[in-house]
Every structure is written in C-alpha cells, then in structure tokens.
Design a protein around this ligand. Sequence first.
Ligand SMILES: [Zn+2]
Length: 255
Amino acid sequence: MFRKIRIAVLLLILINVGVGAWLARARTTSWEYPLRVAVFPINGDGSAVSASYISNLKRDNFSAVAQFMRSEGKRYGSTQTEPVDVYLAPEIHGLPPPPPFGGNPLQVGFWSLQMRFWAWMHARFDGPKPHVQMFVVYHDPARVSRVTHSLGLQKGLIGVVNAFASDEQAAQNNIVIAHELLHTVGATDKYDLATNEPLLPDGYAEPDKDPLLPQTFAEIMAGRIPSSATQSEMPSSLDTVLIGTKTAREINWVR
Ligand SMILES: [Zn+2]
C-alpha cells in the first residue's frame, strides 16, 4: 500500500516537472509578451578590476541585447515589438557550480540540476520575476587572455556567461549574452565543434549571398564572420550579427 502511494507521489512529481518544463517552453517561445531576462553580475576572479567594473554596471550596458532582438524580430515579421526586456539584477557573491565540459550526459544532467538549485538559492531580484536568469561572471582581462566557455540551458532557463570586465569588451560580452539567451529559448549551436568555424548553410548569416565569401555578418549561433572557407573573424559588436533562418525557426519566429 505504502509502496503504491510512494510510486503515485513520485509519478505526480514527475508529471508536474514535465508539464512545468513544457509550459515554460511554450510560454518563453510564444513571444506574446516580452521575455524578462535578469543579468546577475558575479566577480569571477575576486579582482579589484572586476569589482569596480561590476559596481559601475548599469542596465544600459546590456541594452544592445534587447535592441538586437528587437531589430531581428522585426526583420522576421514578429508582432512583438519588445521580444526581450533585459534587467540588471544585484551582484551575486559566490561562483556557480563549474560545468562538466566534455562530461557524459549523466554528468551534464546532474550539473544542470545543481545549477538550477544554485540559482534558486542565490538569485534574488526585486522586480518582476525574470523568465531567464543570466549569470555573467566577470574576469580582469589583464589576468586572463581567454575565458572559459559560456553556456545556456533551455531546461531551467539559465545562462552562464564568462565575460571580461572591460568597457572595450562590453560589446563582445553582449554577443555572448545574446547567444546564450537564444540557447535558453531553443536555439542550437551552428559551428563546427572541432574547428569553431561556422557551418554552411545554417551558420552563415547570408547563405545565399553571391559571392558567398567573404560574409558581412556573423550568424548569432555560429558566432563568427566567415572570411574564407577556412577562416573567420569575431564580430566586434551585435551590429554585425544576424539571426539566421534556422535559428529563427528554432526559437519559433518562423514556422
Ligand atoms: Zn552555444
């Protein structure tokens, strides 16, 4: 008898989690109202440079992300004039659990649970409840020339972005934030994981351009502007980035 009750309770919880995830996905990709994104800054290296950079952050520092989604949404005929609202949330003192890069699906799944629990424990925001939580971990560029990968989880609607604490890098940080944000609403990567080069055709912003190369824009989920068949460049800001047709389909902008 107890066993049956226990199984019934577990089943109910599972159904609840499943339906919850399905509802969250349906809600975040309906684009009927602006998707609220809260950016939580984190001092990633404990440096004074990162601390001072974070203390000077304003909501405006991330307005390029909202602007990018607005202009791209318009280009795809979206009726939602403000696809996303980006807010600046308070700084979090403490680092999120490190992701298992190259880990097996079980390790990744476990990390995703840990990450959601960590977010639930630490993310506090005195404003409208955010749909997407974006944790931006800042590093002093004088200490590291490269930061580790960033990632975005559709399950849990969470992004972790490793960024540089510098005004010169702010425009590129916003590219990474937009990329991870799009992951949370269902977009997939469109670059070759071995070479980092954009995949043809979906990783090209203008796959029908004639001549095809060099491209002028980067596709957001490929992240680079192809200049030749084997070479590509980092875009300097979201001004030279577009959302490709496949990404637009994945996030439900195109049917
Ligand atoms: Zn990605």
